[in-house]
Design a protein around this ligand. Structure first.
Ligand code: PGA
Length: 252
């Protein structure tokens, strides 16, 4: 059975004290939850990763980064390498978020390099894909998502691909308060799983976790997660409040 995952993408939010409180509150609230078939991941800004891995050491949560360098090491001022993340106990890394594609012009090729870097360090990529509103309106959404996945993930060998998590995040749903309908999410997740099946076979397609992201909150999570191909969520705004985030975890 595939793992159900709720991952919180904090983006560029919180000060040190606020991050400290949020991590502690999440850990405290999760103590009374049965997480046997679920994984809860928090992805704070890079400067708080050490705080997060320290505090989560004996807890039920995993820690993920929001970005990583596509280079291994050396003269790349301001970059953070996959080996640095791994040495701090980071287990997951968001790659290819639409905000990184849009504001930092990350290309499919660059994202493929980032995927390779984290996998070399035993970090699982949470690879984001999704179409913009004009792309959906012109009926190109399947083609766009296929290209994003093919170009940045399908060079991987099976042994590496089995560590990948995919997050479908329609760009028009991110931070807008307009989530994809349950039917739109299921349709795209089913399609993504069929791409994985074609390339890597039935077993891989059955095992891969495909998360939905984009204005997912405690009010719509239950309906979205009830779909057979939706294995959890990548949560932005609603992950910044511990109680709201836990309600989403409880939505399975
Ligand atoms: P949102 O963001 O939940 O605030 O829409 C999701 C994401 O960007 O990962």
């Amino acid at each position: 059975m595939r793992t159900k995952i709720v991952a919180g993408n904090w983006k560029m939010n919180k000060t040190f004290e606020e991050a400290d409180d949020l991590i502690n509150n999440i850990i405290d609230l999760l103590k009374s939850e049965n997480l046997s078939d679920k994984a809860v991941i928090i992805c704070p800004p890079a400067v708080f990763l050490e705080l997060a891995t320290d505090q989560s050491f004996d807890s039920e949560i995993y820690v993920g980064a929001q970005n990583v360098s596509r280079f291994e090491s050396g003269a790349y001022t301001g970059e953070i390498s996959a080996s640095m993340l791994s040495s701090m106990g980071v287990d997951f890394c968001i790659i290819g978020h639409s905000e990184r594609r849009k504001y930092f012009l990350e290309t499919h090729e660059e994202l493929a390099g980032k995927v390779d870097q984290v996998l070399k360090q035993n970090i699982s990529p949470v690879f984001c894909c999704g179409e913009t509103l004009p792309e959906r309106e012109s009926g190109k959404h399947f083609e766009i998502v296929r290209k994003q996945i093919e170009d940045s993930l399908f060079h991987l060998k099976e042994g590496d691909f089995e560590h990948v998590i995919i997050a479908y995040e329609p760009v028009w749903a991110i931070g807008t308060g307009v989530n994809a309908t349950s039917q739109q999410a299921q349709e795209m997740h089913h399609y993504i799983r069929s791409l994985v099946r074609e390339k890597y076979g039935d077993q891989m397609a059955e095992n891969i976790s495909i998360l939905y992201g984009g204005s997912c909150n405690s009010k719509n999570a239950h309906e979205l997660f009830a779909n057979p191909d939706v294995d959890g969520g990548l949560i932005g705004g609603a992950s910044l409040d511990a109680e709201e985030f836990i309600r989403i975890v409880q939505s399975f």
